[in-house]
Write a new protein. Structure first.
Length: 514
């Protein structure tokens, strides 16, 4: 009996000692988050050394190598998970343009989508409005060679499609417009004879309706109006076509011009004024196929090594800017959380996975590939904490009743991080289980029933942050992330991730999804 009592007392002492050590480790982690937080250093490397990071680019590959090297340096186990293969790669160089003639020279404010053509060096030429009928095309056919062409529509960042399928769809519209013009002639004649005022039918429209014919006629490029701030996405005709080859790449620059300048240029064309535009756009391709990878760093759990807590952001970005917010602000918080946990000296009970996903901007490709290649993890993931909403600080988390007590315990230390940024744990009812992918990598996991509860964020200090101003635009820069918020977010993610990892159980999924 005495031996049993001694063993029981020893067990209690070990439990108290372990809990005390864990508490001390969290205090060290928080102190590091306050005094030695390197999240903005990570962001500086990603955005200002590597730049915009579309998958298939040298910048993205450099970022993968760098994240893997940092995880390894901090003692994490590193895994590169293949996200997929692109038919070709793409690197963006500098670009500029200006208007010559008219009242005065004007520097042009524009972007081009990734995976779209650049110019053949500096190219200069007059400007025409695109033809909308066969008669219009024949009227200007000889003038198209060496000209820039203004096309209709308002850009949202995508390149004009140039595939055979797109050409066929445009040819169908042209044919249908011939029929509509014939009907309009009959309506006009009937109006004249019977003194009626019946409305003419509207011709169908599509930007660059005579794209193939204009390209064959030798245009320098097409120019489309774009709202400010300018958005540049990518050319789907290249990226989504698995049969694309280096010899079939686009050859016609696709320029998205500041809508205010576009209207000025358009009016000058209507007035038949003499002027020219010149552009130098250095969009470069590389031979494919090109593979791309997600980067995972693991801190192996001491008690439950085959159970997991995941923290993630996406490493890729669009490249009209440098991806400082989407998703530099998210992935660098995850990277810094990994460093803080690793340097705190705490060995979590449950394995922690810190993942920089590939290809989120191209359809959640890296997250889908990772989930598909790790089905044995699905039932063993306590939660995926994905950060992809900008550089705002976490201020609360909403969890079902079965998780509430755990998160109250886990989040108790957060009040000591930043007194001006309180944190609240809220209880909520079951949420709808998503049936299809949505806008973030978290949805890949939620569809499978895996907890993917995210932290609620807010601009608590009123720094006038506006995500939609930056999202996918030329303003997505290092300077748009808010250092104070970023440091706080990285620390909060480290504390919460570690807290979930150190529970004696996986988070309950009871009441999580409807």
């Amino acid at each position: 009996m005495k031996k049993i009592v001694l063993m029981y007392v020893a067990g209690i002492c070990m439990t108290v000692a372990t809990a005390s050590a864990q508490h001390a480790g969290v205090e060290r982690l928080i102190e590091m988050g306050k005094t030695d937080n390197q999240v903005m250093d990570h962001l500086d490397v990603l955005t200002n050394r590597f730049g915009g990071r579309p998958i298939g680019s040298d910048a993205y590959d450099n970022a993968v190598d760098w994240v893997a090297s940092k995880f390894s340096e901090w003692g994490l186990e590193v895994e590169l998970n293949e996200g997929g293969t692109l038919p070709v790669g793409f690197n963006r160089g500098p670009w500029f343009g200006r208007m010559l003639g008219g009242d005065q020279a004007m520097a042009l404010h524009f972007v081009t989508p990734s995976y779209s053509s650049g110019t053949k060096g500096l190219q200069r030429g007059p400007v025409l409005l695109e033809p909308k009928t066969r008669e219009d095309f024949e009227r200007i056919r000889g003038a198209l060679k060496g000209a820039w062409v203004l096309v209709t529509g308002r850009s949202v960042g995508w390149a004009i499609q140039h595939s055979a399928r797109a050409d066929s769809a445009r040819a169908d519209i042209i044919a249908r417009n011939v029929e509509i013009r014939g009907k309009n002639q009959a309506i006009a004649e009937n109006n004249r004879l019977k003194h009626k005022n019946d409305t003419l039918l509207t011709l169908l429209d599509e930007p660059a309706l005579f794209y193939r014919e204009m390209r064959e006629a030798g245009i320098l490029g097409i120019i489309q109006s774009a709202p400010v701030p300018l958005v540049a996405l990518y050319d789907q005709s290249v990226v989504k076509d698995s049969t694309m080859t280096f010899d079939r790449l686009p050859v016609t620059p696709d320029i998205k011009l500041d809508e205010h300048q576009f209207e000025t240029v358009r009016q000058m064309v209507l007035e038949r004024r003499v002027f020219e535009l010149e552009f130098d756009i250095r969009n470069h391709f590389k031979m494919g196929p090109v593979k791309y990878y997600s980067v995972a760093g693991k801190i192996r759990g001491s008690d439950y090594p085959d159970e997991y807590v995941m923290l993630s952001g996406h490493l890729d970005s669009h490249d009209a800017a440098t991806g400082g917010v989407d998703c530099g602000s998210g992935v660098t918080s995850v990277i810094e959380a990994a460093r803080l946990v690793a340097r705190s000296g705490i060995r979590p009970k449950r394995s922690m996975l810190f993942i920089a996903f590939a290809g989120e901007e191209y359809g959640l490709l890296g997250a889908q590939a990772w989930a598909a290649s790790h089905p044995e993890h699905w039932d063993r993931i306590s939660n995926l904490f994905n950060r992809d909403g900008g550089p705002l600080p976490p201020i609360s988390i909403s969890v079902p009743k079965a998780m509430y007590a755990d998160f109250v315990q886990i989040c108790a230390p957060l009040s000591s991080i930043h007194p001006d940024i309180p944190f609240e744990v809220k209880e909520t009812g079951p949420r709808p289980k998503p049936a299809r992918l949505s806008g973030t990598d978290a949805s890949v996991f939620a569809i499978k029933g895996i907890p993917a509860i995210t932290l609620d964020e807010d601009d608590v200090k009123g720094y006038n942050f506006h995500y939609r101003e930056i999202w996918h635009t030329e303003r997505d820069l290092y300077t748009k992330s808010i250092p104070e918020y970023q440091r706080h977010a990285a620390t909060v993610m480290a504390v919460i991730g570690l807290g979930v990892a150190n529970l004696d159980h996986l988070l309950s999924r009871e009441g999580l999804y409807q």
